[in-house]
Design a protein around this ligand. Structure first.
Ligand code: 6PG
Length: 243
């Protein structure tokens, strides 16, 4: 895993954006398949894209999918699509037909199957698994990523479906989430983690402590692709002390 540390959130997001554009520029002749996560961290990244790169023509080559979605309508404040729409999609010229929303309002099991079928149909496939050019993942302070939670590690390791229904432990909120076989088939996986509240989990990740191996984040190991972790100094502040 490559780790890229920048001083503040803004330059962490810029470093990640530059790496994404390198992927776009390396494949000028075709669409790029991108899957984004939700939560709050990506909002800063999307704001950067909308404010500094809104006229970038390459957006039209990006097919955007979601890593996970809360099982709520797109108008709900919990919706990852709503957050992405507010911060990015209404400001940057993606092609309408390239925006592949997970229908959080649908029956969860049916939607997980529908979305998996869509991904299988739309993406290039290698060894029977669709291959994303880039998957953007967040890291929860409890070590979760996507909607793969620490209380369901064994399930995550046995998943064969590419999307499934999961449940956030505390709130019991149902989620539709990408699973490890699809995540680890990607050409590039980027973690984006910023802020002091992520410092403990990032320290475990950086020092590969025993605790780290209890986190779903530890299961992200692309089979052939490149894993890069983009951090700001606050998120790296405990790791840097050698703890
Ligand atoms: C979600 C995300 C989730 C997120 C982490 C980090 O639907 O919440 O996909 O995996 O990336 O929980 O969330 P923050 O960016 O809010 O810290």
């Amino acid at each position: 895993m490559r780790i890229v540390i920048s001083d503040h959130v803004a330059d962490t997001c810029l470093a990640l954006t530059e790496a994404m554009f390198r992927i776009l520029n390396a494949n000028p002749e075709r669409d790029i398949y991108l899957a984004v996560s939700g939560g709050s961290t990506p909002a800063s990244l999307f704001d950067l894209w909308a404010s500094r790169f809104e006229h970038e023509t390459d957006w039209k080559r990006i097919q955007i999918f979601w890593v996970d979605e809360r099982c709520v309508p797109p108008s709900d404040k919990e919706s990852n699509f709503r957050m992405t729409f507010q911060h990015l999609l209404k400001k940057v010229p993606f092609r309408e037909k390239h925006i592949h929303r997970i229908h959080g309002e649908a029956m969860p099991e049916e939607e997980a199957a529908r979305y998996e079928h869509l991904v299988k149909k739309r993406l290039p496939v290698e060894n029977g698994v669709p291959v994303f050019d880039l998957i953007l993942l967040g890291i929860g302070s409890d070590g979760h990523t996507a909607s793969l939670f620490p209380d369901a590690m064994a399930e995550a390791l046995s998943d064969r479906a590419l999307y499934k229904v999961a449940e956030k432990p505390e709130s019991k909120q149902k989620r539709i989430t990408m699973t490890l076989p699809l995540i680890n088939a990607a050409q590039n996986v980027f973690f984006l983690a910023t802020g002091i509240e992520k410092a403990p989990v990032i320290s475990d990740l950086y020092h590969q402590t025993p605790a780290f191996y209890k986190y779903p984040v530890s299961l992200i190991n692309p089979d052939h692709g490149q894993l890069t972790c983009f951090l700001d100094r606050a998120a790296f502040s405990i790791a840097s002390q050698g703890k």
